[in-house]
Design a protein. Structure first.
Length: 318
């Protein structure tokens, strides 16, 4: 039986990963560590499983005498407005968090890290394979996030090389869905919350920048298959995402249609907003032959909008 720790488990992706982990019969104990900086306790409030334990703490200063068979490190803001506002905390959560969690891993245990497609920066190659070195500005306004993810990858792969650490690293692409914060600041949640509040939908730049939108259920299914279901020697990094590339403007127009025609307004681009993003899934298809993103962005955005509408209605009723 396994004892498992997940940092950032009250966050958007982390809480969905908790739900998946608790479906496993070989998990004896699941400890969730989250300081609720960008995570929300509401994301895990539904869990009634006696194996589940919540610890409110910064991951880098976590106090525990326990060691764990599996550790999943997701503690970090993932939205530009959040990490650009507090770069020191962002770097600390990723890198110092990894150092602290490595101390808590049992000998022979597995360490799984959620990196990001942002390690590719503003790519000159499309789609982006894991071998692409990327085009990241290491002193730019997004660097606290991009570089702390890249440096944590470096730490883990070097420990794999020098000490035989059992490591799995994923690079998710533009994930969206239920349990995103309403003030998250990323495109899909922004468009939906603006439209439902009766405000114009804000598109930055001309809206022609493209993204590959992955619905949360598909992304977490990919994580589960790679992190613990599939037997594979491939240690990563592994792109996990939807390889259907769609412009930001097209998503805004779709959300507008879903709510009956919200107006769209244009604002100047934020600094160094990547022009394109699309995963090369060759390795993912090899490692997880039965996995694919099954939810189209049309279905996924509609389901996300329904979830936001219900949660906003529930919030207004309280």
């Amino acid at each position: 039986m396994k004892s498992v720790l997940i940092s950032g488990g009250a966050g958007f992706i982390g809480s969905h990963l908790c739900d998946r982990l608790l479906l496993r019969t070989d998990v004896q104990k699941l400890v969730v560590v989250d300081n609720l900086w960008t995570g929300l306790f509401a994301n895990i409030a539904h869990v009634r499983d006696p194996r589940f334990h919540f610890v409110k703490s910064d991951v880098e200063t976590l106090q525990s005498s326990e060691k764990f068979d599996e550790i999943y490190h997701l503690a970090s803001p993932a939205s530009p407005p959040w990490y650009m506002k507090e770069p020191q905390r962002t770097i600390s959560a990723n890198l110092l968090g990894a150092f602290r969690l490595l101390d808590l891993l049992k000998k022979g245990g597995r360490f799984c890290f959620t990196s990001t497609s942002e390690v590719y920066g503003d790519p000159l190659v499309s789609p982006q394979p894991e071998s692409y070195k990327g085009q990241v500005d290491c002193t730019g306004p997004r660097s606290s996030y991009d570089e702390s993810k890249r440096c944590t990858e470096s730490l883990l792969f070097e420990l794999q090389r020098t000490r035989g650490l059992d490591v799995r690293v994923v690079r998710p692409f533009n994930t969206y869905g239920p349990r995103t914060r309403p003030d998250d600041g990323r495109a899909v949640s922004n468009f939906i919350t603006q439209a439902l509040a009766g405000r114009p939908i804000t598109v930055f730049g001309d809206g022609m920048q493209s993204r590959s939108w992955g619905y949360i259920d598909d992304i977490v299914d990919g994580f589960a298959r790679y992190f613990w279901i599939e037997e594979t020697d491939y240690r990563g990094p592994l792109n996990v995402g939807n390889d259907r590339e769609i412009s930001v403007l097209e998503v805004a127009q779709y959300v507008s249609r879903l709510v009956g025609g919200a107006p769209i307004v244009f604002e100047p681009s934020p600094p160094q907003d990547p022009t394109n993003r699309r995963p090369d899934l060759t390795n993912a298809n090899y490692v997880m032959p039965d996995w694919s993103c099954k939810v189209s962005y049309e279905q996924g955005v509609a389901m996300t909008l329904d979830w936001f509408r219900k949660s906003m209605t529930a919030g207004a009723a309280e």
